[in-house]
Design a protein around this ligand. Sequence first.
Ligand SMILES: [Zn+2]
Length: 56
Amino acid sequence: MKERAWYKCPICNYKLLMINPNKVIEGVYIKCKKCSQEIEIKNTSQNQSQSRQLTG
Ligand SMILES: [Zn+2]
């Protein structure tokens, strides 16, 4: 299993940075060098293992 994957700009598909697709990432912003747009780096993991449920 790969631990790194390219996070590409959703606008121009330029390779912005590498992320670990197994980790949840949110609230990280980067400015794309190619299209000069501010992109939010967001990865919501769908892995349910060891997820803690909040009760109450
Ligand atoms: Zn771009």
